[in-house]
Design a binder for this molecule. Structure first.
Ligand code: GAR
Length: 215
């Protein structure tokens, strides 16, 4: 499956996908990486691994629609079949989403619908949550709120800082994101309204639900 990956910063989730592809655990091709920011670590990773990348910046376009159309065009030219938002810090409108129906997924550092939007880890600490985690979900026009493919939960410890909690969650993000891509590439992900079922997966185990197979 040809992947298009959208990033805005560090790109550690991009790296997890690169590692899964290079390690032979994920039989997909990273066809194009798009960053909406220059000078980010994610692009250094593309250069290091010889991946095609493009900068497409919102400020270079008169409207959000034109910005999104430009990304769609680049992704279509690269024959992208699945778009992965890996730390892409923008909300996509129907202009983009209608071009890839149920073919855009996102990783978010909370158990959605809790703590949507920015600084989800800090939100969990400030709320006093004892459990949080991460979610891979289909992207809809509602922020961080589409049908859930996979989640992992992690404890929030009394001594946690935003950094320590983010790091704990991130190690799980790096597992559920490539796993979800693999399930999608195998055609095992079935969507029934808001319910998503991974065919043949084992459900009911924690901290992962469904249980991971490869990551
Ligand atoms: C990750 O924690 C990701 O879940 C989060 O941004 C970070 C990006 O890290 N995404 C969101 O909050 C989206 N709402 P990375 O650039 O190292 O992958």
């Amino acid at each position: 499956m040809n992947l298009g990956i959208l990033v805005s910063g560090r790109g550690s989730n991009l790296q997890a996908i690169i590692d899964a592809v290079e390690g032979g655990r994920l039989e997909s091709k990273i066809s194009l990486v798009i960053s909406d920011r220059e000078g980010v670590q994610a692009i250094e990773r593309c250069i290091r691994h010889g991946l095609a990348y493009r900068f497409i910046r919102r400020k270079d376009f008169g409207s959000r629609e034109e910005f999104e159309q430009s990304m769609v065009q680049a992704l279509k030219e690269a024959n992208v079949e699945l778009v992965v938002l890996a730390g892409f810090m923008r909300v996509l409108s129907s202009t983009f989403l209608q071009s890839f129906p149920m073919r855009v997924i996102n990783i978010h550092p909370s158990i959605t619908p809790a703590f949507q939007g920015l600084k989800a880890q800090r939100q969990a600490i400030e709320y006093g949550s004892r459990i949080t985690g991460c979610t891979v979900h289909f992207v809809t026009e509602e922020l961080d709120n589409g049908p859930v493919i996979a989640q992992a939960c992690v404890p929030v410890l009394p001594e946690d800082t935003e950094e320590s909690l983010s790091e704990r969650i991130l190690s799980y993000e790096h597992r559920i994101l490539p796993q979800a891509i693999k399930w999608l590439s195998e055609g095992r992900v079935k969507v029934y309204g808001r319910q998503v079922v991974v065919e043949g997966a084992r459900y009911g185990t924690l901290p992962f639900n469904p249980d991971l197979e490869d990551f």
